[in-house]
Design a protein around this ligand. Sequence first.
Ligand SMILES: Nc1ncnc2c1ncn2[C@@H]1O[C@H](COP(=O)(O)OP(=O)(O)OP(=O)(O)O)[C@@H](O)[C@H]1O
Ligand SMILES: [Mg+2]
Length: 228
Amino acid sequence: MTDLIRVEGVTKNYSLGKEKFEVLKGLDFRVEKGSFVVIMGKSGSGKTTFLNLLGLLDKFDGGKYIYNGTDVTGMSDNQRSDFRNKNLGFIFQQFHLIESLNIGQNIELPLLYSGVSDKNKRVKAVKEALSKVGLLEKIRNFPNQLSGGQQQRISIARALVNNPDIILADEPTGALDSKTGYEIVELLADLNRQGKTVIMVTHDEDLKRYASHLVFLKDGVFIREEEM
Ligand SMILES: Nc1ncnc2c1ncn2[C@@H]1O[C@H](COP(=O)(O)OP(=O)(O)OP(=O)(O)O)[C@@H](O)[C@H]1O
Ligand SMILES: [Mg+2]
């Protein structure tokens, strides 16, 4: 199997005044194309920090990161955001939709950021992404007119619109009731069956069963489940 992600010896520190606080302590991590990786661990264990590094939202202090054969370790801020817009899709616990834009405009944003200048092409991609999450009829609505579950589906459509290889999801069910949360994870599982690689951070033990690979983070290192 081909590795979509290969990370070696990744470290991340935060400094609080003069004190240095080591959040990630030399992580090795590989993700095969097509897998559904679930990352679990107690609050404060570094899950979000790690996912943000994988998603090139943040810089790490040490180690090496190869994404689909490309060394992305030393990229500049501009290169990283460009790479992110073209290759990665994100969803967050709190959806992060822009309230002043309608649903269609929210989903269009990543296309604008990545320089898709043809309006017709953008409209087509937005409609395709919305159809995949079953909410095409909401294209002119605003985020505050949608339920939490619908808003999360919209944020999945936004993550899909650039046709990324991978979706990174940080507690995507955290703000939803359990039934709606399951619907969201089922949707991610469907996308995974269609070939998208998924990395999901969750606290929910019941969601472990979706994992093709399950990892546990504790105090900045990966551990076995029994050590949790
Ligand atoms: N910007 C920052 N500056 C300083 N410390 C930070 C910063 N972001 C995170 N931390 C610290 O790093 C540690 C890991 O945080 P992180 O958000 O990655 O945890 P988490 O596993 O996602 O937790 P949760 O399950 O609560 O979301 C925590 O101790 C946190 O306080
Ligand atoms: Mg977190």
